[in-house]
Write a protein that binds this ligand. Structure first.
Ligand SMILES: *[C@@H]1O[C@H](CO)[C@@H](O)[C@H](O)[C@H]1NC(C)=O
Ligand SMILES: *[C@@H]1O[C@H](CO)[C@@H](O)[C@H](O)[C@H]1NC(C)=O
Ligand SMILES: *[C@@H]1O[C@H](CO)[C@@H](O)[C@H](O)[C@H]1NC(C)=O
Ligand SMILES: *[C@@H]1O[C@H](CO)[C@@H](O)[C@H](O)[C@H]1NC(C)=O
Length: 275
């Protein structure tokens, strides 16, 4: 069900957790309509960039979509649909908030994403916007039916574990991400988190995996397996990284970046870390 993957876009983030001025839970709303810079916005990446005309059927359908999907996502964190009955002019869209980022703050994050696209994508009719806490894609082509994860975006923390620890650390991250992906695939919300201690470097690793909840367990597992296969080419020795896609995401860091809870995968005991 996965379409061939496009080349990943690599963003080097000095501090992956702290560098993204995305809304923290609690600072959504409040009347202002902020435009927030995303981790990545892919709207020039299709081989043939397509644009729409102001006042066209697609523009009207996209406006409907960008109002409806954030509103619906405030209920469940996810929404997808086709707007406008007859092609051409139909707008297809999908929005997803991170599993621990719900309610009106989810909707505000998505609304900011649609505004960002409107102001930075110059009427592109195929756009994906990724934040830490939410993401969206819309298109004039029906990308919903195929269930593909494109366009993906990868980012890494610039810092590495020390040279002698690379193999053991990568193995631990791989094991943790695999366990979390397994749990996410089988969870009704298709979201799971986990943690593991890494004594050789007195550090801990935290991870999450998520799929859109409309995927079956098998589809979610397949989507996550696809991005997990990409990990070695991006993350060797890196203390943190993420691969984001329209249908599924993984992320790991050496600090807590998501809500923690009793239902986390706990792989190895946490160590007393300075972070
Ligand atoms: C898309 O391309 C245009 C023209 O090169 C550029 O000005 C704009 O910043 C790009 N948008 C994004 C989000 O990369
Ligand atoms: C949005 O939610 C309403 C009410 O639950 C539902 O009828 C509608 O189909 C949803 N639209 C989309 C695009 O999910
Ligand atoms: C981490 O390792 C990569 C690949 O070897 C290297 O390019 C990068 O400069 C390293 N980062 C730091 C902060 O040293
Ligand atoms: C998946 O979830 C079902 C129902 O919640 C449960 O019975 C099953 O054991 C789970 N499988 C795995 C591999 O966790």
């Amino acid at each position: 069900m996965l379409v061939p993957l496009p080349p990943l876009l690599l963003l080097l983030l000095v501090a992956a957790v702290a560098s993204t001025p995305a809304p923290a839970a609690g600072d959504g709303g409040a009347g202002a309509l902020p435009v927030i810079n995303p981790i990545s916005c892919l709207c020039n990446s299709t081989s043939v960039r397509r644009t729409y005309q102001p006042g066209s059927a697609f523009a009207t359908n996209l406006a409907d979509l960008s109002r409806a999907l954030p509103r619906n996502a405030s209920a469940s964190g996810f929404s997808a649909g086709a707007f406008g009955a007859a092609a051409p002019g139909t707008a297809y869209g999908l929005v997803l908030c991170r599993g621990d980022f719900t309610g009106t703050t989810c909707a505000s994050c998505l609304e900011a994403g649609f505004r960002y696209a409107e102001q930075n994508c110059f009427s592109s009719s195929d756009v994906a916007v990724y934040y830490d806490q939410c993401q969206l894609r819309f298109s004039d082509k029906d990308f919903l039916a195929g269930g593909g994860n494109a366009p993906e975006s990868a980012a890494t923390n610039m810092n590495n574990v020390s040279h002698g620890n690379v193999a053991a650390f990568d193995a631990l991250v791989a094991q943790l991400v695999a366990a979390v992906a397994d749990k996410a695939s089988n969870a009704s919300r298709r979201y799971a988190t986990g943690q593991a201690g890494f004594p050789p470097q007195k550090m801990n690793v935290y991870a999450l995996a998520q799929c859109t909840p409309d995927l079956t367990t098998a589809q979610c597992r397949g989507c996550l397996a696809g991005i997990i296969r990409e990990m070695p080419s991006w993350f060797t020795g890196r203390i943190g990284g993420r691969i984001l896609g329209v249908r599924c995401d993984i992320r790991y860091e050496d600090t807590v970046f998501m809500a923690t809870g009793a239902d986390m995968v706990k792989l190895t005991p946490l160590v007393n870390s300075s972070k």
